[in-house]
Design a protein around this ligand. Structure first.
Ligand SMILES: *Cc1c(COP(=O)(O)O)cnc(C)c1O
Length: 430
């Protein structure tokens, strides 16, 4: 594989951009080697500057659930371009997308659009604090909620991969209001609640975390959190930036039948444009300015091009629920295929999957939280990543990420992925 153009660009980029990238995990630090610079993407494929092609299993970390450059989204963006790129005033598509989100996501009665998942979670916590009049909140170990100061504590993938979970620049004053409990452990949450009686505004979590590799909630866990929050007057926030519109039309909350008070959304919601959103019960969302006293704003929020892309994406998913059956089928073919090949090779690695999200951990330990995820052999993952890349399959460059599958993966492409998996596993276990 020739990567001279990517190499040249990366070396040049480092003169002008910190680490040569605009988001840390792109730099391949966790897997070794240098990042590929991508020139274009189409359907199930990425094409780099050197003309190599790769089967896409990350899909821009989730948004491209229908594959790249989907005709409906492309058409919507091109049409919106004809009438201007930003108004800084309300427009009709903002109302359409809000109405559609409210109809799709069970917990959302009102919604505010922002420009990223980070903005969505930061704003949701502010609103929950304003609504309850309390300062503290609980987050869970290994869960990622973007790079807002108060979330950069035990924050999963990016931070974990960099070996620097608590970032310099986050003050002790900020960190002291963030309480941390392990995932899948109701008892630990009960203890925090008892020790901080009446002081906790919210509990935020990824209901199905993908940022320490994919972990699944234990039976009754989400329901247990719901009960604690209701009892204690705490706002339960599901961060569905990854799982929203992916695990089901209405996200993990629909799948598990547990309805939070607030939900944060991102990734798929923008069809590849920079969009996020937060929403929830009317009585909470009416605390948001200008309806209420909690300030939150954005010059480019509800941008017409971004709304057009998001609306095309969500409309398609809403009108084609069969896409979820197809995504689940694709996930099953890949995870079962991987497990069968591993068995054939005498290897026993844990594979977690739900719908179109899937992680293979290089450990034989069951993985259900941050501690068990850490039993993985990350060095071996790095070798696997490189072996797959060499064979034309583009994985997330970290053990602690999920695959994000798209509907563009045909049976024939899945065969190619599994062949690459077999050869890669043989190579790294020689
Ligand atoms: C990606 C992600 C975020 C942050 O979204 P950005 O758009 O990268 O700011 C927040 N929460 C979860 C669960 C995510 O996966």
């Amino acid at each position: 594989m020739e990567i001279s153009k990517s190499k040249k660009l990366f070396s040049h980029a480092q003169n002008f951009i910190p680490g040569g990238v605009n988001s840390p995990v792109r730099a391949f630090r966790a897997v070794g080697g240098e990042p590929l610079f991508i020139k274009k993407a189409e359907g199930a494929y990425l094409f780099d500057e050197d003309g190599n092609e790769f089967i896409e299993l990350i899909n821009s970390w989730g948004p491209m659930i229908l594959g790249h450059n989907h005709p409906k989204i492309k058409a919507a963006v091109l049409e919106a371009m004809e009438t201007g790129t930003s108004f800084g005033a309300p427009s009709a598509k903002e109302v359409d997308i809000a109405e559609l989100i409210v109809s799709m996501v069970p917990s959302v009665e009102k919604v505010r659009m922002v420009n990223s998942g980070t903005e969505a979670t930061m704003s949701a916590i502010r609103v929950a604090r304003g609504y309850t009049g309390r300062d503290k909140f609980i987050k869970l170990e290994g869960h990622y909620h973007g790079h807002g100061d108060s979330f950069l504590i035990a924050a999963g993938s990016g931070a974990m991969t960099m070996g620097d979970p608590d970032s310099p620049g986050v003050t002790k004053g900020t960190a002291k209001d963030t309480l941390v409990a392990p995932y899948n452990d109701l008892e630990a949450v009960e203890k925090l609640v008892a020790a901080n009686k009446g002081e906790i505004a919210a509990l935020i979590l990824e209901p199905v975390p993908g940022n320490m590799g994919l972990c699944l909630p234990k039976e009754g866990y989400l329901k247990g959190l719901r009960e604690i929050c209701t009892r204690e007057g705490m706002v339960l926030i599901f961060d569905e930036v990854m799982t929203g519109f992916r695990l089901a039309k209405g996200g993990a909350q629909e799948l598990y039948g547990v309805i939070p008070d607030m939900t944060t959304l991102g990734k798929i919601i923008g069809g590849g444009m920079p969009v996020g959103a937060y929403g929830g019960k009317k009585e909470i969302m009416d605390f948001v300015s200008p309806a209420g006293p909690v300030y939150q704003a954005g010059t480019l929020s509800g941008n017409p091009i971004a709304m057009a892309a998001g609306l095309a994406m969500l409309t398609h998913l809403n009108e084609h629920p069969e896409e979820y059956a197809r995504l689940n089928h694709i996930g099953e073919l890949i995870s079962e295929g991987i497990l069968n090949i591993n068995k054939e090779l005498g290897l026993n690695y844990t594979v977690n999957r739900l719908g179109s999200m899937c992680s293979m951990f290089f450990t034989d330990h069951e993985v259900y939280d941050f501690e068990t995820a850490k039993t993985s052999d990350t060095g071996l993952f790095g070798k696997y990543f490189q072996a797959m890349l060499k064979r034309g399959v583009y994985l997330a460059p970290s053990q602690f990420e999920s695959l994000f599958l798209s509907t563009a993966l045909t049976d024939e492409i899945i065969e190619k992925i599994l062949d690459a998996h077999r050869e890669s596993m043989k190579e790294i276990h020689k």
